[in-house]
Design a protein around this ligand. Structure first.
Ligand SMILES: C[S@@+](CC[C@H](N)C(=O)[O-])C[C@H]1O[C@@H](n2cnc3c(N)ncnc32)[C@H](O)[C@@H]1O
Length: 229
């Protein structure tokens, strides 16, 4: 499995298009769900790995400290402070410095996500929690005849066992439901472009599918706690 193309500095508007379409037409928010879990865990110091421009931070405006970390300069600049530019596989923090680490739709960028998972475990205090999300290989099946997302190094099918290799016991929250409704051809095109589909495939889907198009979202949130002897 490969890792997903890193275009966040060369084409930050592609990521922003994808998040804008998802936000406008989804009935559920991963960021709101993760924020609720972080609050109920009582996390006071949170590291958001692959923070982009701060979708998680904007759900946690009051309360805990959210430190953003991203490999793309364009994203670090767009995230409210504090935010640092760094690699998920080499975190610039001392051991046991966070109550929670989030890695939402980011570990599929690493050829070996276990490097980042080990780093997340290192910077978590004993009892601290990792929350990592992953997209399923058969996500958005309505577009399969136009484009299929290539398999990655951290798809929802393998994410629990990869996290389990580093953390031991994991809990998995899966979703498989029509959570997005695209109202018109432009939204269909932009949804696919936002997911790195080739422009010709996005244009064909926009032309041939009859809106509104309901999109089945499939993925998983993997949750693991640090236990140290
Ligand atoms: C698909 S976006 C997800 C952003 C955000 N977490 C979300 O769910 O919308 C992936 C983010 O991870 C960042 N990223 C990719 N590889 C990374 C790495 N090795 N270390 C840190 N950040 C990385 C990208 O720059 C981008 O901002």
């Amino acid at each position: 499995m490969g890792s997903v193309v890193f275009d966040y500095d060369s084409a930050p508007e592609r990521y922003r298009l994808g998040t804008a379409v998802a936000r406008a037409h989804s009935t559920a928010s991963l960021y709101a769900e993760v924020a609720t879990r972080l609050v109920s865990l009582g996390a006071r110091r949170i590291l958001d790995v692959g923070c982009a421009d701060g979708p998680l931070r904007s759900e946690l405006l009051a309360g805990p400290l959210v430190v953003g970390l991203d490999a793309a300069a364009a994203m670090v600049c767009a995230h409210p402070a504090p935010a640092v530019r760094a690699d998920a596989a080499r975190l610039p923090f001392v051991d046991a410095s966070f109550d929670a680490v989030t890695a939402l739709n980011v570990l599929y960028h690493l050829a070996d996500p276990r490097l980042a998972l080990r780093e997340a475990r290192r910077v978590l205090r004993s009892g601290g929690t990792l929350l990592a999300s992953a997209i399923a290989r058969d996500d958005s099946p309505e577009f399969a005849r136009f484009w299929r997302r290539p398999g990655t190094s951290f798809d929802a099918e393998e994410a629990p066992s990869l996290v389990g290799e580093v953390f031991g016991c994991v809990a998995v929250h899966r979703w498989d439901a029509p959570l997005v409704t695209l109202p018109d051809a432009a939204a269909v095109r932009d949804y696919l472009l936002g997911r790195q589909a080739p422009p010709d495939a996005a244009a064909r889907a926009a032309e041939e599918l009859r809106p509104p198009v309901q999109v089945t979202k499939r993925g998983a949130l993997v949750i693991a706690a640090v236990t140290r002897a």
